[in-house]
Design a protein around this ligand. Structure first.
Ligand code: MN
Length: 305
């Protein structure tokens, strides 16, 4: 309605941002979240589109043990296989169509490794969800969901990774009002949204037009709350991740693999990992643990002559 769009010029309701290229282990990723203008979408605070990369005998997803606090990791592959190991003693193979969700709470460590037998392409998305105050000091936990609900929506199909959508509910834990969807868009589709949610879109394959805004791999499309429905158009089938949620109203600070509320807590997490404090436990991995870089706020001031 016209009166609701009156602020478009000063406060855009939709924007497309470039992802940042980064290396995670030997795999190139396109980091769609966080963005300077949007640190979070709902409680989603991190989105890495991994690959496509070749898994060979020499290399794959070789991410050694590293810690997390204050967030949940969500791993979703669209091609390939990997093994998750963590300090709860979990060893879990993950394949396309399956979801790994690990809640860090006060602290956890994990690795993401090759299976040893899989050869071929690896592609997927690694997401983080900021944990709300009520849960961020809790014990760590891990869930694997071998099957998730799939919903036909017109010419398209949605898999509900986390939360509720289109009449289906994911069995995965969530602590705030949010949703994560994997959409295969085969032809023009009308998709209902939750009006109170803001949304972020990461295209993994192909390209999609959302109410006329074209979105391709390597970007984050952001949509402010207040939208009831999208019209999705494609020229050829596209693979699209949709992240939504009620805007997260707790202020967070992210550094390296940690989410906290202030820099002092990040410093403590850094030191605890450096000192191999029992907070993070140990991971039964053959890969070397990953050392944290020294936080820039702890680096010595340059000597003045
Ligand atoms: Mn991790």
């Amino acid at each position: 309605m016209a009166e609701e769009r009156a602020d478009d010029s000063t406060n855009p309701t939709r924007e497309v941002f470039a992802s940042h290229r980064a290396m995670v282990g030997a795999i190139e990723v396109r980091r769609a979240l966080p963005q300077r203008a949007h640190r979070t979408v709902g409680a989603w605070c991190f989105a890495d589109h991994m690959g496509p990369a070749a898994v060979t005998e020499e290399r794959g997803l070789d991410i050694g043990p590293h810690p997390h606090t204050g967030l949940a990791t969500v791993t979703w592959l669209i091609e390939g296989e990997a093994v998750h190991r963590d300090s709860l003693g979990t060893e879990q193979l993950i394949r396309p169509g399956q979801l790994n969700l690990m809640s860090a709470g006060h602290g956890v460590a994990h690795s993401e490794e090759p299976t040893g037998s899989y050869r071929g392409t690896l592609e997927g998305i690694q997401l983080w969800i900021a944990q709300p105050e009520q849960y961020r000091h809790a014990a760590h936990a891990f869930e694997h969901h071998a099957e998730l609900p799939r919903v036909e929506i017109g010419a398209s199909e949605a898999t509900v990774l986390v939360g509720d959508a289109l009449g289906a509910t994911s069995p995965a834990r969530h602590d705030t009002a949010l949703v994560g969807l994997d959409l295969v868009v085969r032809a023009s589709t009308e998709m209902p949204l939750v009006r109170a949610y803001e949304y972020g879109v990461v295209v993994l394959r192909g390209a999609v037009s959302i109410d006329g805004t074209r979105v391709e791999p390597g970007s984050l499309a952001y949509f402010a709350p207040g939208i009831d429905e999208w019209r999705l158009d494609v020229n050829e089938p596209a693979r699209v991740i949709v992240l939504g949620g009620v805007p997260f109203d707790e202020s967070i600070t992210m550094w390296w693999n940690f989410v906290a509320r202030n820099r002092d807590k990040l410093t403590i997490a850094y030191l605890d990992w450096k000192n191999r404090d029992e907070r993070f436990g140990t991971v039964a991995s053959a890969l070397a643990s990953i050392d944290a870089p020294v936080p820039f706020w702890l680096r010595a001031e340059p000597e003045t002559a």
